[in-house]
Design a protein around this ligand. Structure first.
Ligand SMILES: Nc1ncnc2c1ncn2[C@@H]1O[C@H](COP(=O)(O)OP(=O)(O)O)[C@@H](O)[C@H]1O
Ligand SMILES: O=P(O)(O)O[C@H]1O[C@H](CO)[C@@H](O[C@H]2O[C@H](CO)[C@@H](O)[C@H](O)[C@H]2O)[C@H](O)[C@H]1O
Length: 485
């Protein structure tokens, strides 16, 4: 049986707790894939919240920590407050061999001295406890576990940690549910929960409906007993943090990126799948437009949007010299959009996925497509990620992804360029079939967003995967040449 979670309600306030973990976390945290502050030293930690899920002094202790890692900002200024991370720390006298890969270290001082701490997600007792807490809508200190009462959560589903390369951490329960635990935390409504909940209200089958979620409500004296809307609360600093989302697991799924590369390697056509993906994207967009407000973008709104794109282009050219020769031609794509707006052209904006690419699309064993990971670009503030945008933002992301796939295979692969063109056309056609408007009827808007995405990718690859920089640079050359012709 899972732990009786509602008994363990002590909030740990021991001032020595973080000091005792400090030397271990300094070494361990920067090595984690999800650590967002790579390349900058961690100069210290402060505790945002600590909750004892199982008493730290017992045979197995379990701590839920929200810890701010202090780092100088990218410019070296030490005043940056640092990012807040979610950690689940197991505490034992001795770590069993099966948990050795989860070791964080042996504590030498403070309240946990002499004990071993480890990444608790790998301990099935911890994973069971989290699922049980969601199932029973537990309140543990500042932590609130919620669920959609219409979805059944069976007990005793065997947990395992997901091995996919990801920006957060996930536990899969018996191939039935997947719990994504967000790592870098910010207070406020998180689109990764907000949008799937809105889509579930619209009965949109293209996005797994949240089964449960967990929040941390740190507002002093917060009485959360009858708050069903996690979005309540005017001041973002007072709003709950979204810590994780449980959703149905799409069994036997392949992601669009894996499938596209597989078909490309065999020189197989992917147009039918691309068209289905276009249809799925349009289904999600139309449901989002029904569920959440839409706005009209005229000249006053488009001007700052274009300025933002231009600033991103210039900042990226500063950071990546290879981009510099193409700046004037790329800028003309943004200027053309501003020009149309100045002539009185308007566009509709609505909530969108915000970071759509082939890796965010899952095809189930029965061939149905789902879209996942509605977090948006994690480096942007939540308020920005939640702004309505033209749907073309997502469409451009997918069009870039087909191009990425074509440029990621060995150059000997015949007609990779034609393959990408066919996918791009099929995706837009599929989108138009459902939405009623083919995105290619807005070439200026599409070009501006595709250019902006390619510029984003140049910076992303320069920072994270320099070996891949040639992929978006090829697109930059193509977009610049088209602009000059
Ligand atoms: N509902 C789901 N069903 C099956 N696999 C999923 C599901 N949600 C996520 N995954 C898998 O987990 C990976 C990471 O999920 P994602 O939401 O993209 O997390 P992150 O934001 O950490 O990158 C996905 O690439 C996919 O392989
Ligand atoms: O998956 P994330 O949401 O963290 O997105 C980031 O990483 C992506 C790479 O994993 C990156 O996507 C780029 O590479 C993909 C192939 O690996 C390609 O399909 C995408 O089209 C391309 O943008 C994404 O940009 C970045 O935000």
């Amino acid at each position: 049986m899972p732990e009786a979670v509602t008994r363990a309600t002590t909030v740990t306030t021991s001032p020595g707790l973080l000091a005792s973990l400090d030397p271990l976390l300094r070494e361990w945290l920067p090595r984690q894939r999800w650590f967002a502050g790579k390349g900058r030293p961690v100069t210290g930690f402060s505790l945002v919240a600590a909750t004892e899920l199982l008493p730290a002094g017992s045979r197995l202790g379990l701590l839920h920590l929200m810890v701010r890692a202090h780092q100088p900002d990218a410019q070296g200024s030490p005043t940056h407050p640092g990012d807040c991370y979610q950690l689940l720390i197991g505490v034992r006298e001795v770590l069993p061999p099966r948990l050795a890969p989860a070791l964080i270290g042996h504590v030498e001082q403070g309240p946990l001295a002499g004990r071993t701490v480890f990444e608790a997600l790998y301990d099935p007792r911890c994973a069971d406890l989290l699922l049980e807490a969601i199932r029973t809508r537990a309140r543990i200190g500042a932590l609130r576990f919620e669920r959609d009462g219409r979805q059944e959560i069976r007990e005793e589903l065997v947990p395992r940690v997901a091995t996919a390369e990801q920006s957060n951490s996930s536990i899969i329960y018996g191939d039935t549910f997947i719990l994504k635990l967000l790592r870098r935390l910010v207070p406020g409504v998180n689109p990764d929960l907000e949008l799937p909940l809105a889509l579930a209200r619209e009965d949109c089958p293209r996005v797994p409906a949240p089964t449960g979620w967990l929040l941390a409500d740190l507002a002093e004296g917060a009485d959360t007993s009858d708050r069903s809307d996690f979005a309540a609360g005017a001041d973002p600093a007072e709003e709950p943090y979204v810590l994780g989302v449980l959703q149905p697991f799409v069994r036997g799924a392949s992601d669009g990126w894996e499938l596209a590369l597989r078909e490309l390697a065999k020189s197989e056509d992917f147009a039918a799948e691309a068209r289905a993906l276009g249809r799925a994207t349009a289904e999600v967009h139309t449901a989002l437009a029904r569920a959440l407000p839409t706005v009209t973008l005229g000249h006053p709104q488009v001007r700052p949007l274009v300025e933002g794109m231009t600033e991103r282009l210039e900042a990226t050219a500063q950071a990546v010299p290879a981009l510099r020769p193409y700046v004037p031609a790329l800028r003309s794509a943004f200027d053309a959009l501003a020009g149309l707006a100045a002539e009185g052209h308007t566009w509709t904006a609505q909530r969108v996925h915000g970071d759509l690419h082939l890796g965010q699309c899952l095809r189930s064993a029965s061939g149905e497509w789902s879209l996942i990971d509605f977090e948006g670009e994690p480096s942007k503030p939540l308020t920005e990620r939640r702004l309505p945008q033209p749907v073309v933002r997502d469409i451009a992301g997918m069009l870039r992804s087909f191009d990425y796939a074509a440029h990621s295979v060995p150059s000997a692969t015949p007609r990779a360029g034609d393959w990408a063109d066919a996918c791009r056309a099929a995706y837009c056609a599929g989108y138009g079939e459902v939405a009623g408007v083919d995105p290619r009827t807005e070439p200026v808007l599409l070009r501006a967003y595709e250019t902006d995405k390619a510029v984003y990718e140049v910076l992303y690859e320069a920072r994270h995967r320099p070996d891949w920089l040639a992929v978006p640079m090829a697109a930059v050359r193509r977009l610049a040449a088209d602009a000059s012709s």
